[in-house]
Ligand binder design. Structure first.
Ligand SMILES: Cc1ncc(COP(=O)(O)O)c(C=O)c1O
Length: 492
């Protein structure tokens, strides 16, 4: 241990000096690689394209249009300024009543009005990040465990464990079963934990799944609720991607299931956020929705640590109460996501890459097993480094989602425009062509036009040249001698 580190350990708290934050995973390293060399169509056309960020940027124009038509919704306009004082001094951690009403209404609409949400159970948090941590603080003590189906959202390691001291026990899944959770593997993980004297307090899952982009069937959800009910443990459903559904089968919220299955509602909790469905991660709007009165009351007290600003509450109360807008927005957003998903997966199919069949989410679970030099997690990391360094795409390796089989990658498709997506597909095509030892197929006319517009002056000849590391010089690279980006990934 370095002197500096041990000195810090004496000076600071255990929390400040432990490495449980989880940000030392490749998932976050990929972001750093992007930050140090971000793609820009004209200023940096050879930069890294960010495909590791699950953002929904496809429907901003609809929100912008609404804002222009509704200047009163903001307290920073001529029209809205007269509400400024009241909103600026508002501090109640219950939240503005109109905000809670509007969010409850929106959560119902997102679930096809098949579930009714009670505004008095809406508790605010700083994004789903804060909501997930809050629910852990309410349900578990340090050392207690939550079961989580693999592959799972990497930041759960930070959000659920770091400050709470809760442990996560992964439930294995397999590609042969499309990574679906089974009651057998759930049961086995639960039994192993109890055999080892670990107190299991619950099951937490994302539905629709991050990273799979799939939804749980009604029958699976029913079995899960019956299971947790029989063991007297909790179920927390992170439904942050509820409205990203773009095709069948439909999404079922755990809120619907509990109307159909005999269970103790005190064990049922939903985490929600506007970060994905509305594409507003910067607003930091997270919701803890619990059917347990004790949890609602405790989470509300805790919410003073992560309140949503009253300015944001005020704005959202207005936009989310506009039912006509909300219905249109949800429909259009889902249509655009479906279109983009089709564009991306069809582009991949053309070069022989398949993804797990999905119906929701802002990403695909891409199968690159056949491109691994060796079928191991070392092989996966090697391929991932090539993808970041040479193909210049930030995708996330399956191992950072605790996937048990090497060769799977999560690729986000909704945080860029069509042109950037086209360039990403073109890079993948060239890379796969090279990896398979074949000449890359000729570039379609439309993509040639993009390249021209982006003033890339590379000839396809260069695809056959090699750099010092034996990698192909791809058309997006500056020259065989151009300095490599200062990304942490480049150094390892
Ligand atoms: C499953 C899941 N939960 C929570 C979050 C965090 O969301 P927020 O931005 O609302 O904190 C994310 C973000 O990627 C996520 O995918």
């Amino acid at each position: 241990m370095s002197y500096k580190r041990s000195n810090q350990q004496q000076l600071l708290s255990k929390l400040a000096t432990n490495d449980q934050h989880g940000e030392n995973s490749p998932y976050f390293d990929g972001w750093k690689a992007y930050d140090s060399d971000p793609f820009h169509p004209t200023k940096n056309p050879s930069g890294v394209i960010q495909m590791g960020l699950a953002e929904n940027q496809l429907s901003f124009d609809l929100i912008e249009e609404w804002i222009k038509k509704n200047p009163r919704a903001s307290i920073c306009t001529n029209e809205g300024a007269h509400d400024f004082k009241d909103i600026a001094i508002f501090q109640d951690y219950n939240g503005l009543p109109e905000f809670r009403n509007a969010v409850a209404n929106f959560m119902g609409k997102v679930r096809g009005d098949r579930v009714k949400f009670d505004p008095d159970r809406i508790v605010m948090a700083g994004g789903a990040t804060g909501a997930n941590e809050t629910i852990m603080f309410c349900l578990a003590d340090p050392g207690d465990a939550f079961l989580v189906p693999t592959p799972y959202y990497p930041a759960f390691n930070r959000d659920l464990r770091w400050r709470t001291g809760v442990q996560l026990l992964p439930i294995p899944s397999e590609s042969s079963n499309n990574f679906q959770i089974t009651i057998e593997s759930l049961q086995k993980t639960y039994e192993n934990a109890t055999k080892n004297n670990i107190k299991v307090k619950g099951l937490i899952l994302t539905n629709p799944s991050n990273p799979l982009g799939t939804t749980l069937s009604k029958s699976t959800l029913k079995s899960l609720v019956k299971f947790i009910n029989s063991k007297r443990i909790h179920i927390v459903c992170d439904e942050i991607y509820a409205a990203t559904l773009f095709t069948s089968p439909c999404f079922t919220s755990v809120g619907e299931i509990i109307e159909e299955v005999e269970c103790d509602k005190d064990l049922i909790h939903i985490v929600y956020s506007l970060s994905k469905d509305m594409g507003l991660p910067g607003f930091r709007v997270g919701i803890v929705y619990s059917f347990n009165d004790g949890v609602v009351s405790c989470a509300r007290k805790m919410s003073s640590f992560g309140l949503v600003s009253s300015q944001t509450q005020h704005f959202l109360a207005t936009i989310l109460s506009d039912d006509e807008f909300v219905v249109k927005f949800l429909e259009e957003s889902s249509r655009r996501l479906g279109k983009r998903h089709a564009m991306f997966t069809k582009g991949l199919q053309k070069v022989g890459i398949t993804c797990l069949r999905s119906n929701a989410g802002l990403f695909c679970w891409m199968d690159l097993r056949k491109l691994l030099k060796e079928s191991s997690f070392e092989g996966e990391m090697e391929l991932w480094r090539v993808i970041i360094k040479q193909v210049k795409l930030n995708v996330s390796p399956g191992s950072s989602f605790e996937c048990l089989e090497p060769g799977w990658f999560r690729v986000c498709f909704a945080n860029m425009d069509d042109e950037t997506m086209g360039i990403a597909l073109e890079r993948i095509k060239i890379f796969v062509g090279k990896a398979e030892g074949e000449a890359a197929p000729p570039t379609p006319v439309k993509e040639r036009r993009w390249r021209k517009e982006l003033q890339l002056s590379f000839s396809t000849r260069m695809v056959h040249h090699h750099d010092n590391e034996g990698g192909a010089i791809l058309p997006h690279m500056k020259s065989p001698h151009s300095p490599m980006p200062h990304s942490p990934m480049v150094l390892c």
